[in-house]
Design a protein around this ligand. Structure first.
Ligand code: ADP
Ligand code: MG
Length: 701
């Protein structure tokens, strides 16, 4: 037997062998002893409880029954055959069924000998059956140590089909512990273990796989979650510290004519306190000689753009160029228009660059960018093409749903000998725990206050059967001079059907709101840009009162007089999309309304989404619920799955642990930035191991 170490291939483990090792690698990514040791149960079941057959209920979880087989038969079916055994206890009878491996099972099953069977039951034709039960002779069962917490490991259909049952996995892990020399290297430092009363690493691993008691299981889970989250935070915070100390940035130490002229003459309103605070945070960053990498969070309509603009003017005052990159062309154009308007009367050269910029205009733009004549460039991904070269880019603002790939950002850095300061603005709020995990290496600023005078959008949920009263409400509001959006879902997979829904809706609204009293605009993705613009303009000029649209209006539309948002089939929208749509109203002085129309048939999740929308207009609260419903991976997309691919911790449920370990990681690194102290050696070697093994965590700088 080769000496165990965590990199030993699993095929050397007793009872595994090459083909099983291969299967485990393919199905679960488990290759080594270490991988298996860190393969954790996703739940525990109580195997001290027995069910009587007459107590069985439909849709119960896995249960175990004590009884015996009275007869076995093979039943022919269209494809192959199935094996059926009659199983009885003193209260009733159920059928055990096997669709695969029938021959082997038939030869091994014993009749009239007591068994403990375990599995999930089906209910069909008024009787219960249990497909592919786990079976154990009572004599065997009694020999094994039983606790109330039997681990259940994640599995796949392929593993089940190939006979790698939960029991088999348990046995593998048992042999693994037999191979262990009794202890596993400690990964945390003594002071951390002691001050947080953590159990030792080996104890934790042992009890998470073979819990001796509920209390020990809880402590084991806590210790392992603590550790998992701790090392992620250690990594993120260290990355941030290294970046700050190593990557020099431009120093914007002057506040000059661009900023001051704008502030005194052009600023259309007073900044909110939150905007002022954030501006101060940014100025402190760009005034030091380190590169800024900051995330600016704020709810829809909280006024992130003006903060971005002021920062760009600061860059200009210090002799640098600035740029804004937006995720869509519509948004880039909107930024361009509003920024040009806000800068009117000032000598600032602003240009727009998108995929539709014509070659000739592009050539001129490139030239003006390189000779420094252009101050501010606004655009889409087109901005990071190789041909786009700035004379001296000092600040790059990324306005987007979520973080662009690191790769893309670093491309922007290469345009200079020093990287520009980077400000990332999110379009929708991100829950704190998620921000900590995914953006933990960035500094974060939050605008947590809306501009004054905004009235909360009143939100209601109505069923389709109430449509007439909703129409009546729309008419009343239109009579007061307001405008109304009616939005239909647009989901790629069923585009044709969605289009039909939109057109049907348009027709019924046209009937209800006839010409000449009412005029209606329509806007959807299939229209030519010029037609879209035309319809948009009619609505902006108040020539039309109703805008029937798909979600193309989700971003980039700002029409203060439109104060009613009707969302059709609201159950088909995600929470952040609903919140974004609602953000299109409530931009003027009038009371605004958002009406969520749905059918009667609603899933449990849809109900929660609708209730949340009605209950709160706070984007951070909405985002929290969204995170709970969909999980971090779905919210942040695949890009971040590295940081979010956790083995045991859950950033929603373990938010408390996350906050705790972040502060511990921070303190630890502040005291000992390169983990040189004797007591921190375990931290250092674990850190280096993780660093080496994980591509996602590799340091980009
Ligand atoms: P978002 O944070 O969603 O990008 P915007 O920057 O588009 O928000 O701002 C939303 C609206 O609020 C804009 O019309 C903007 O002019 C206005 N606004 C921003 N800040 C203030 C303020 N301090 N006072 C009044 N209106 C403001
Ligand atoms: Mg914005």
């Amino acid at each position: 037997m080769p000496q165990y170490n965590s990199n030993t291939s699993l095929s050397y483990l007793k009872g595994v062998g090459p083909s099983r090792a291969d299967l485990l690698k393919k199905e679960l990514g488990i290759r080594t002893f270490g991988d298996l040791l860190n393969f954790f149960p996703n739940r525990y079941i109580d195997r001290t409880q027995f069910f009587k057959i007459n107590q069985l209920e439909q849709n119960s979880a896995e249960i175990q029954i004590l009884g015996k087989i009275t007869s076995i038969k093979t039943v022919q079916q269209k494809h192959g055959s199935r094996l059926v055994a009659t199983f009885v206890d003193d209260t009733g009878t159920i059928e055990l069924v096997w669709f695969r491996g029938a021959k082997w099972i038939k030869e091994n099953l014993k009749v009239n000998v007591p068994y403990v069977i375990f599995g999930k039951t089906n209910y069909f034709n008024r009787s219960f059956s249990m497909p592919h039960p786990e079976m154990e002779l009572v004599a065997e069962y009694k020999k094994n140590l039983r606790t109330a917490m039997q681990p259940v490991y994640p599995s796949t259909e392929m593993l089940t089909n190939k006979g790698v049952s939960n029991r088999v996995v348990q046995k593998m892990i048992q042999s693994l512990f037999e191979e262990l020399p009794g202890r596993v290297r400690e990964t945390l430092s003594k002071p951390i273990i002691e001050s947080h009363k953590l159990i030792a690493k080996y104890e934790a691993l042992l009890n998470v796989h073979f819990p001796k008691s509920q209390e020990l299981l809880t402590r084991a889970q806590f210790r392992l979650k603590f550790e998992e989250l701790f090392f992620i935070q250690l990594q993120l915070i260290r990355k941030k510290m290294i970046r700050k100390s190593k990557i020099k940035g431009f120093t914007f130490d002057k506040v000059g004519a661009f900023f001051n002229t704008f502030y005194t003459n052009n600023l259309p309103f007073d900044l909110t306190n939150a905007q002022k605070r954030v501006l101060k945070e940014i100025r402190k960053d760009v005034g030091s000689n380190a590169q800024m990498n900051r995330l600016l969070q704020g709810d829809v309509g909280s006024g992130k753009t003006i903060v971005g603009l002021l920062c760009m003017l600061l860059a200009l005052d210090n002799g640098f160029q600035a740029c804004i990159m937006a995720p869509t062309e519509i948004l880039a154009i909107q930024h361009f228009n509003s920024i040009v308007e806000m800068l009117s009367g000032m000598e600032v050269n602003v240009a727009l660059l998108t995929g539709s910029t014509k070659a000739k205009a592009r050539r001129m733009l490139h030239e003006r960018l390189e000779n420094g004549e252009l101050h501010i460039l606004i655009g889409t991904h087109a901005l990071i093409e190789d041909k786009v070269k700035f004379k001296n880019l000092g600040l790059a603002i990324i306005d987007e749903q979520h973080r662009f790939g690191v790769e893309q950002r670093s491309k922007m850095w290469l345009k200079n000998e020093l990287p520009p300061h980077v400000l990332v603005m999110t379009a929708t709020p991100i829950p704190r725990t998620l921000a900590m995990s995914v953006y933990g290496d960035l500094d974060i600023s939050v605008i947590d206050e809306l501009p004054p005078g905004r009235k909360e959008v009143a939100t209601a949920h109505r069923y389709d059967s109430n449509r007439l009263s909703v129409f009546k409400f729309m008419k009343d509001e239109i009579a007061k001079g307001r405008q109304v959006y009616v939005v239909y879902p647009l989901i790629q997979e069923s585009e044709k059907m969605d289009y039909k829904d939109l057109m049907d809706g348009y027709e019924s609204i046209s009937r209800e709101f006839p010409i000449p009293n009412y005029q209606i605009s329509i806007l959807h993705g299939k229209m030519k840009p010029a037609d879209k613009e035309f319809e948009m303009q009619r609505f902006i000029k108040k020539e039309t009162q109703i805008m029937v649209a798909t979600t193309v209006i989700e971003v980039g539309v700002n029409i203060p007089n439109a104060s009613v948002m009707v969302i059709e089939s609201a159950e088909r929208f995600g929470l952040s999309q609903l919140h974004q749509l609602r953000g299109r109203v409530g931009r003027g002085a009038d009371q605004s309304y958002c009406i969520l129309m749905t059918s009667f048939k609603l899933s449990a999740d849809s109900k929660i989404r609708l209730e949340t929308m009605v209950k709160t207009t706070d984007g951070f609260e909405v985002a929290d619920v969204d995170l709970k419903l969909r999980g971090p991976g779905n919210i942040m997309g695949k890009q971040q799955s590295g940081v979010l691919n956790l083995k045991i911790a859950d950033i929603v449920k373990d938010a408390g642990i996350l906050k705790l370990v972040r502060s511990i990681a921070f303190e630890t690194l502040q005291e000992d930035p390169s983990l040189q102290k004797e007591e921190n050696l375990p931290l250092k070697s674990t850190y280096q191991l993780i660093h080496k093994n994980s591509g996602v965590w590799s340091n980009i700088s």
